[in-house]
Design a protein around this ligand. Structure first.
Ligand SMILES: [Zn+2]
Length: 117
């Protein structure tokens, strides 16, 4: 399982036949999305009044009833990411340019969604 943003940048490099794509070194690392727990909150908003109405709710939360598998690592708790420590600096610099492109692209898409396009 590769970190989605890193994987996208890598694919983009392959598409554009960038030689540095083959020089990237991947290392397993703790998933930063779920902090290595493998699960993330399912997005339900709970209010103090919910806890007042349901005395068991606090326990359900503690038991992980509101957790879902992490979308980034799919519960595996680790992802493969390009490691700057073991990658040729020149290759990593190229990778970072592609990575930046992906981030900017995502930010634009998110902005467009918010604007209702
Ligand atoms: Zn995760």
């Amino acid at each position: 399982m590769r970190e989605p943003t890193h994987a996208s940048a890598y694919e983009l490099m392959l598409e554009e036949n960038v030689d540095e794509a083959n020089l990237l070194n991947w290392r397993r690392q703790l998933c930063s999305e779920c902090d290595g727990t493998g699960t993330t909150w399912n997005g339900v908003a709970l209010f103090a009044s919910d806890f007042d109405e349901d005395p068991d709710l606090g326990e359900s939360v503690m038991n992980g009833s509101f957790d879902r598998p992490c979308e980034t690592c799919h519960g595996s708790k680790v992802v493969e990411a390009v490691c700057p420590q073991v990658t040729e600096p020149s290759a990593y610099a190229v990778f970072e340019i592609f990575l930046q492109d992906i981030y900017e692209c995502r930010a634009e898409e998110a902005a467009e969604r918010q604007a209702g396009c």
